[in-house]
Design a protein around this ligand. Structure first.
Ligand SMILES: C[S@@+](CC[C@H](N)C(=O)[O-])C[C@H]1O[C@@H](n2cnc3c(N)ncnc32)[C@H](O)[C@@H]1O
Length: 189
């Protein structure tokens, strides 16, 4: 519901706050040339544009029709798919890279999304999550605001994320991008 309302001005909002990493993401995810990339919870395509610009074939999945409509209006160079991240309409091992940017804490069934990601990633495929550490004050404020809009705001501690994905065979680690946002980088061996 939040994103149905926010879609028309989401990009302007993101440019004003410090959550937009679209300039750096293509570098963090390099090499991208010719790679099949799934941008999960990809919204209006803020990140998909740069990924495609770096040579990736991008599939953007989002559950919000309004966010996808905005991506379409912008001409985002990606295959736009309306789906629940917990139930992906793709065959096994279809992607080289999965990116979840600022969307993990919005997923209501994170365990199912983790299983689906492990399924659609190829062997040697890479998994990236950018999210907020629930231990930090800034994240507590974000959680408070999002819950006012009935969002789950289920933030995961970096160590818990590493453990959860390891249980599914994805080996990874987290590093902080600032004092509250982190980047998880994992590989499916
Ligand atoms: C804060 S936006 C992030 C968008 C984009 N990744 C970015 O970095 O700008 C979170 C997105 O996750 C989507 N989302 C939430 N739950 C979802 C689900 N279960 N399946 C797919 N997308 C979902 C929302 O519709 C929204 O577009």
């Amino acid at each position: 519901m939040l994103f149905e309302m926010m879609a028309p001005f989401y990009d302007k909002f993101m440019h004003k706050v410090a959550f937009d990493h679209s300039g750096a993401i293509p570098e963090w995810l390099a090499p991208l040339e010719g790679r099949e990339v799934l941008d999960l919870g990809g919204g209006t395509g803020i990140n998909a544009v740069g990924l495609a610009g770096a040579g990736a074939k991008v599939t953007l999945v989002d559950s919000s029709r309004a966010m996808l409509h905005r991506a379409e209006q912008k001409g985002v160079p990606a295959l736009l798919v309306q789906a629940d991240a917990a139930n992906l309409p793709f065959s096994d091992e279809a992607f080289d890279i999965v990116l979840v940017s600022d969307a993990w804490h919005h997923f209501r069934n994170q365990d199912a999304v983790a299983c689906e990601t492990a399924r659609v990633l190829r062997r040697g495929g890479r998994f990236y999550i950018i999210d907020f550490d629930p231990a930090r004050l800034q994240t507590k404020i974000i959680a408070f605001v999002e819950r006012l809009f009935a969002e789950p705001a289920t933030f995961t501690r970096p160590d818990d994320l590493v453990e959860k994905l390891l249980a599914l065979g994805i080996m990874g680690s987290c590093r902080f991008l600032d004092n509250y946002q982190y980047l998880y980088e994992g590989v499916k061996p």
